[in-house]
Design a protein around this ligand. Structure first.
Ligand SMILES: Cc1ncc(C[n+]2csc(CCOP(=O)(O)OP(=O)(O)O)c2C)c(N)n1
Ligand SMILES: [Mg+2]
Length: 351
C-alpha cells in the first residue's frame, strides 16, 4: 500500500477502536445473557463515533469522567479489553478490581475517573476535579460525559453554573442518543436543543453530528484546548443513536419502532467510516485486518475474564475507607457517644 495521508492513518486508528467497541459490546451482551455478567449492563452500539471522537480530543494528561454507558469510553481511553471484560465479570483483575462492574469502570492511571451509575452524579465530581486542576495550576482539562436524560437533573445546572462562575477547565459532553431509558428527548426536555442550555451559563454550546468521528474529534479537541488554555468551560452535544435497548434487559422496542431503529442502522457510523476510509485510499485488506484484530482482541478478553479469579473475600472492604480513617468511626462503635444502643419503647412519655 502506498503511504497514507495522516488523516487516513488517524481515521484508520479511530476505526480500529470503533470496531473493537462494537465487537466488545456484542460479546458483553452474549456473556450477560449467559449469566456470566451480573448487575446492569448498558451497551453503546451505534454510539462509537461519538465516543471515540470525543476521547481522541483529549490529551494524555486530561481527565475523563462518564456515566454508566461506559465500556466504549474505557476502551477508547486505552484500558485493555481484558481488564474491562474482567470487570464486567466481577473478577480480580478487572479495571476496578471486580468491585465496580459494568457501570463503574475506572482506570486512574489513564486519567479515567469512572463510570458513575447515578444519573447526573458524575457532574459535580467532574466539576470539582476541574476546580482542583485550577487550584494546582496544572494545564489540564476534564471531559465529563452525560446522557440527554441527565440535563434536567439539578446537578447539571449547579455544575454548569459553578463551572462558568469559577471559569473551570471542563467540557460537558452530552451524548444525545434521543432517549433516556424509554423517554424521548422531546417528551423530557422543554428545549430539546440541549446545547442551548450552555447559553444560560454564558458558556459555549455546540451540537455535532455524533456519528461523524472526525467532526467529534475536531470539536472535542478545540473545546478541550480552550478549556485548558483559557479556562473556558463548554457544552458539546453529540447527536447519535443507541441500537440496543437501554440495558441488556430491555428489548428497546416498547417506545420506538423497528423502522426507526432500521433507519438509524442504515447510516451506521462504522459503515460510514469504512466508506470514508475507502475514499481516503485505505485498502479493503487493511479494514479487514482491523475487523479481525477486534474480533481476536475481544475473544482474548472473554477468555481472560473467564479464567480470572474472583476477588478475595477478605479484601472486600479494601479501598472503601482511606488509610487511617478508623478514628473517624470510633465514636460510632457500640458503647461510644454515637454508637449503637438498644432502643426501648417507652410509650412516648420519656423518663
Ligand atoms: C438519579 C437517578 N435517577 C434515575 C436513575 C435510573 N436511570 C438509569 S439510566 C436512566 C436514563 C438516563 O438516560 P440518559 O441520560 O439519556 O443516558 P443513556 O442511558 O441514554 O446513555 C435512568 C432514569 C438513576 N440511575 N439515577
Ligand atoms: Mg440518552
Amino acid at each position: 500500500m502506498s503511504a497514507l495521508a495522516p488523516t487516513a492513518t488517524a481515521l484508520l486508528d479511530d476505526y480500529r477502536t470503533m470496531v473493537l467497541i462494537r465487537r466488545f459490546e456484542e460479546a458483553a451482551e452474549r456473556q450477560y445473557k449467559a449469566a456470566r455478567i451480573g448487575g446492569y449492563c448498558h451497551l453503546s452500539s451505534g454510539q462509537e463515533a461519538a465516543t471515540v471522537g470525543a476521547v481522541a480530543g483529549l490529551e494524555a494528561e486530561d481527565l475523563l469522567v462518564t456515566g454508566y454507558r461506559c465500556h466504549g469510553f474505557a476502551l477508547a481511553r486505552g484500558v485493555p479489553p481484558e481488564a474491562v471484560m474482567a470487570e464486567l465479570f466481577g473478577r480480580r483483575d478487572g479495571c476496578a478490581h471486580g468491585r465496580g462492574g459494568s457501570m463503574h469502570l475506572l482506570d486512574v492511571s489513564r486519567g479515567y475517573y469512572g463510570g458513575w451509575g447515578i444519573v447526573g452524579g458524575q457532574l459535580p465530581i467532574a466539576t470539582g476535579m476541574a476546580l482542583s486542576l485550577v487550584r494546582r495550576g496544572v494545564p489540564q482539562a476534564v471531559l465529563c460525559e452525560l446522557g440527554d436524560g441527565a440535563v434536567n437533573m439539578g446537578s447539571f445546572h449547579e455544575s454548569l453554573n459553578l463551572a462558568a462562575v469559577w471559569k473551570l477547565p471542563v467540557v460537558f459532553l452530552v451524548v444525545n442518543n434521543l432517549y433516556g431509558m424509554g423517554t424521548s428527548v422531546e417528551r423530557a426536555s422543554a428545549e430539546p436543543d440541549l446545547f442551548k442550555r450552555a447559553g444560560a451559563y454564558k458558556m459555549a454550546g455546540e451540537r455535532v453530528d455524533g456519528d461523524d468521528v472526525e467532526a467529534m474529534t475536531e470539536a472535542a479537541g478545540r473545546l478541550l484546548a480552550r478549556a485548558r488554555e483559557e479556562r473556558a468551560p463548554a457544552v458539546l452535544e453529540a447527536i447519535t443513536y443507541r441500537y440496543r435497548g437501554h440495558s441488556v434487559a430491555d428489548a428497546g422496542l416498547a417506545y420506538r419502532t423497528r423502522e426507526e431503529i432500521d433507519e438509524h442502522r442504515s447510516h451506521d457510523p462504522l459503515e460510514r467510516t469504512r466508506e470514508l476510509l475507502g475514499v481516503r485510499g485505505v485498502e479493503a485488506a487493511a479494514i479487514e485486518d482491523a475487523d479481525a484484530a477486534a474480533e481476536a482482541a475481544v475473544a482474548r478478553a472473554v477468555e481472560f475474564a473467564e479464567a480470572d479469579a474472583a476477588p478475595a473475600v477478605d479484601r472486600l472492604a479494601a479501598g472503601v475507607y482511606a488509610e487511617g480513617s478508623e478514628r473517624q468511626f470510633e465514636r460510632m462503635l457500640p458503647g461510644s457517644p454515637f454508637g449503637e444502643r438498644e432502643l426501648v419503647f417507652d410509650g412516648g412519655l420519656g423518663q
